[in-house]
Design a protein around this ligand. Structure first.
Ligand code: NAP
Length: 310
């Protein structure tokens, strides 16, 4: 019998208990899932950073920590964590992100606000949007989420460039990497989507210099993490017209403080970190499958590389 500790915010237990128990039963794994195992008895921890476990040292026989979140920046530096850490890659989370990114890209591409918000009884038939083929989109970060968004945007006809740390060869996406690749990826991009993890290397990756590489009047969409953007530089680029609009889902401080200039800025759309979320039914299956791999002596999937920070 495996002892599996569930450590997340209290409300998550009600959502996850049944799907996890079902997934263990379906996988044929005997597991005692609980909120309060004695640390020394725990085989696996199902973990969210906003749960009670902060010190992993007492979990001496724990074989792995299975994250419930895609982003790991709040746990990756925890020095007490010596057990393998797996982040969550979940089909529903990915699909949700694809829908959010595609919707906001199309909003800007089609200029939807003009007609949705500006209806004043005047017939203006002189403002056709370009077709997608003439609107280059760049995605910074083409991992699980960025690559899926890239494929969806490609299917709509957008020329898609993706940027990563290591070289990649992904069908339908012009793949660039490293420092030189960043410059080429941003040059003349009309929509830039941020799906990088938050690490020391990615902090302020969009700054005065990199924003200036983008096409005049282009769009920024950030469902990644707040610190990826130098906020002062973005506000300046919006005010100068270099950037036409920014749709921001994530911020340095969340909830975004009442007096933050982003709230009132006419060229900024704030969404409250809702781009996509983990769905218990699918996440439970992924986590239990990964625990099953560990029990079968196979390598875990979605292992976090603590040296890289993601
Ligand atoms: P992932 O699979 O780990 O992909 C990360 C991508 O970023 C990879 O392509 C990686 O390059 C690239 N990257 C990392 N550091 C880099 C660097 N220094 N230079 C260039 N490229 C770099 O992560 P994911 O599952 O797609 O998730 C991405 C992020 O989305 C998460 O970290 C989280 O912050 C955010 N997120 C937000 C929400 C929301 O609701 N707003 C929900 C889920 C996730 P390599 O491929 O070479 O490793």
């Amino acid at each position: 019998m495996l002892n599996v500790l569930f450590s997340a915010k209290p409300a998550a237990w009600a959502e996850y208990e049944a799907p996890l128990k079902d997934a263990f039963a379906k996988a044929g794994l005997a597991a005692h899932l609980s909120l309060d195992h004695a640390p020394a008895d725990v085989d696996y921890i199902i973990f969210a950073p906003n749960g009670p476990v902060k010190d992993f040292r007492p979990y001496t026989k724990t074989k792995a920590v299975m994250g419930l979140w895609a982003g790991v920046e709040t746990v990756v530096d925890n020095e007490t964590l010596t057990q393998p850490l797996c982040r969550l890659v979940d089909e529903s989370l990915t699909n949700g992100m694809v829908e959010w990114v595609t919707g906001h890209t199309l909003r800007h591409h089609l200029g939807m606000d003009t007609h949705i918000l500006g209806q004043d009884g005047v017939w203006r038939d002189d403002s056709f949007p370009p077709v997608a083929a003439n609107r280059p989109v760049t995605i910074l970060g083409i991992g699980a989420l960025g690559a899926a968004c890239g494929q969806a945007l490609h299917r709509l006809g957008f020329p898609v460039t993706g940027w990563s740390r290591s070289p990649k060869d992904i069908a339908n996406i012009r793949c660039l990497h490293g420092d030189a690749g960043l410059r080429a990826a941003l040059t003349d991009a009309q929509v830039v989507i941020l799906l990088l993890p938050q690490t020391p290397e990615t902090t302020n990756i969009l700054n005065a210099e990199t924003l200036a590489l983008m096409a005049k009047g282009s769009f920024v969409i950030n469902p990644g993490r707040g610190p990826l953007i130098d906020d002062a530089a973005l506000l300046q680029a919006l005010d100068s017209g270099q950037i036409a609009h920014a749709t921001l889902d994530v911020f340095r401080t969340e909830p975004l403080p009442q007096d933050d200039p982003y709230w009132a800025h006419p060229k900024v759309t704030v969404t409250p970190h809702i781009a996509s979320t983990t769905r218990p039914e699918t996440a439970a299956e992924v986590i239990v499958e990964n625990i099953g791999r560990g029990e079968a002596g196979k390598p875990f999937r979605f292992l976090v590389d603590r040296g890289r920070g993601y």
